[in-house]
Structures are given as structure tokens and as C-alpha cells.
Write a protein that binds this ligand. Structure first.
Ligand SMILES: Cc1cc2nc3c(=O)[nH]c(=O)nc-3n(C[C@H](O)[C@H](O)[C@H](O)COP(=O)(O)OP(=O)(O)OC[C@H]3O[C@@H](n4cnc5c(N)ncnc54)[C@H](O)[C@@H]3O)c2cc1C
Length: 135
């Protein structure tokens, strides 16, 4: 019997386990997932505060639909009906800097970065270089 260890129960480790379970269905295999913390999901973490009726994504809150991998994963888990499409207004993002609310230019947090992001003074020169290096 083969023994396979997957280290980390974030989305990467969980996806690896899902793929392995499907691929190794016919072969006797022991698959063990090791997770250091007391919960699965890694950076993917939804917090719900019932007293405020508030749901906050502590990590990722969206997927890029033009990249097929996450859609494929969602479909394979039959969760397609749970996809919530972003409203146009969701493009307005703000950040507090020096005590003031600043509008984040379009393309700043999205991928790819737009020219307006480069013209803004919200990021340092090095920060802009990092953003531009994003695929
Ligand atoms: C604030 C924030 C917002 C983001 N927004 C988006 C978004 O909107 N869309 C998007 O696509 N991506 C987003 N990302 C990126 C996305 O969250 C990550 O790329 C993705 O969750 C990484 O998953 P992972 O499984 O590779 O790693 P992680 O989620 O970091 O999981 C690694 C897991 O391994 C465990 N681990 C580590 N070391 C060990 C060990 N030695 N033994 C056992 N377990 C171990 C950790 O406890 C953790 O559970 C965001 C990230 C952050 C931080």
C-alpha cells in the first residue's frame, strides 16, 4: 500500500487531497493530511459575528473567473450555485492612510494593474514595481 502525506490544510492541500482521492480511487492508498492549526482552510477564513449579523472574509474574498482552475474546483464540488457575482460598486475600494479615507484607483488591487494605479501616490516606488511585476 502506498502512503501519501499532504502537508497543510489550506486550499492547496485540500485541492491536492481531492485530486489524489479521485486519481487513486482504484489503488490501495493511505492518504494523510497534516494541518498545524486547529482548523482547515489556511488563509481562507470566513468570520461571522451573529451579534452584528456581519460576515467578514479574513483572507480571500473573490476568485478570478478568467482563470479556469478555481471555477473547475467549484464545479467539481457542486458549489456553482453559491457563486456570488460582484456588483459594479464593489470596484470602489478604500484605504485609510494618515487618518483619511483614500479611494484605491481601479486596478490597484486587481490583476492586472492599470496605469491609474501607477500614477497614484498611495504606493511607494518599490511598491509600484512589485504591483507591476504581478502576472
Ligand atoms: C488578506 C488576503 C486576501 C486574499 N485575497 C485573495 C482573493 O481575493 N482571491 C484569491 O484568489 N486569493 C487571495 N489571496 C491569496 C490566497 O488566500 C492564497 O493564495 C491561498 O489561500 C493560499 O493557499 P495555500 O493552501 O497555498 O496556503 P495557506 O492558506 O497559507 O495554507 C497553508 C496551510 O498549511 C498549514 N501549515 C503550514 N506549515 C505546516 C506544517 N509544517 N505542518 C502542517 N501544516 C502546516 C497552515 O497552518 C495552513 O493551514 C488572499 C490572501 C490574503 C492573505
Amino acid at each position: 500500500m502506498k502512503r501519501i502525506a499532504v502537508i497543510g490544510g489550506g486550499i492547496t492541500g485540500l485541492s491536492a487531497c481531492l485530486t489524489l482521492v479521485k486519481e487513486l480511487d482504484k489503488y490501495p492508498t493511505e492518504l494523510i493530511l497534516y494541518e498545524a492549526s486547529n482548523r482547515l482552510g489556511g488563509r481562507v477564513h470566513t468570520i461571522h459575528d451573529p451579534s452584528l449579523d456581519l460576515t467578514v472574509e479574513a483572507g480571500p474574498d473573490s476568485i478570478l473567473t478568467r482563470k479556469p482552475a478555481s471555477i473547475h474546483l467549484i464545479k467539481s464540488l457542486y458549489l456553482e450555485h453559491e457563486i456570488v457575482h460582484a456588483r459594479q460598486s464593489a470596484g470602489n475600494i478604500f484605504i485609510v492612510r494618515d487618518g483619511k479615507l483614500n479611494t484605491i484607483p481601479n486596478g490597484y488591487m486587481g490583476i492586472p494593474c492599470s496605469d491609474t494605479a501607477v500614477e497614484s501616490n498611495l504606493l511607494s516606488r518599490e511598491g509600484k514595481q512589485r504591483v507591476l511585476a504581478e502576472e
